[in-house]
Design a protein around this ligand. Structure first.
Ligand SMILES: C[S@@+](CC[C@H](N)C(=O)[O-])C[C@H]1O[C@@H](n2cnc3c(N)ncnc32)[C@H](O)[C@@H]1O
Length: 208
């Protein structure tokens, strides 16, 4: 079942130049560096709520070939498909709500930049994490980036739940007990195209 924010996201992607959206990054350097630190280019990588991010472009450039991008917004995925052209022919594009999606296969790495923080209800967070548990192969890596506890209270006009890095570990331990081992975490600042600063946290976990 589609989340009821699908029309919001489709309208955001259809109604604005991509490089004006607050979450835009020309080169997703932090994501790329965390992914390359965790897996080799032979790994199966899924970008959850990947939108029209340039992460698949960067991963293809780095030699990755087994890529899946999942998002609620068909508009967002169409932008990435068009941008990548033939380079993206083997990317698996999945239009889905991650909280009700059924993982069709195992993945080695789950990447989420600015999606989990939209899940303001406990049931939605539990549903998301149940998918993450099911999707990741044992030994697989989860990278979750959200607004930090000192970050904005909304993202794209929608309310978010903010996390200190430790709080991210706590929520995963509470809702997916025993499934993940924390590996690394930290804080960073994203500078929006308009020049605003947004404080983020990132957390890396291993599927046990
Ligand atoms: C702030 S944007 C970030 C996009 C991308 N991760 C990036 O860094 O450019 C949030 C994205 O999450 C997607 N999204 C929100 N809720 C979702 C859900 N429940 N399932 C799948 N995608 C979702 C939106 O469509 C949007 O593309």
């Amino acid at each position: 079942m589609k989340d009821d924010t699908t029309p919001h996201w489709d309208a955001r992607y259809a109604g604005s130049a991509l490089d004006r959206l607050s979450w835009f990054e020309a080169v997703p350097e932090r994501s790329l560096s965390l992914i390359r630190g965790a897996v080799s280019p032979g790994a199966a990588v899924i970008d959850v709520g990947g939108g029209a991010s340039r992460l698949p472009d960067a991963l293809l450039e780095a030699g990755f070939r087994d890529l899946t991008v999942l998002d609620l917004s068909a508009e967002a995925l169409a932008l990435s498909k068009a941008r990548l052209g033939p380079r993206g022919k083997n990317v698996d594009w999945q239009v889905a709500d991650v909280t009700s999606w059924q993982p069709p296969r195992p993945y080695d790495l789950w990447h989420d930049r600015a999606v989990f923080h939209f899940l303001t209800g406990r049931d939605a967070r539990a549903a998301y994490l149940a998918r993450m548990v099911k999707a990741l192969a044992p030994g697989g890596t989860a990278i979750l980036m959200t607004f930090a506890d000192d970050g904005p209270e909304t993202c794209s006009g929608l309310p978010v739940r903010r996390y200190a890095p430790d709080a991210m570990t706590d929520v995963i331990a509470a809702l997916a007990p025993g499934a993940f081992r924390p590996e690394a975490s930290g804080r960073f600042t994203h500078v929006t195209p308009a020049g605003g600063e947004q404080r983020f946290q990132y957390s890396v976990f291993t599927r046990v």
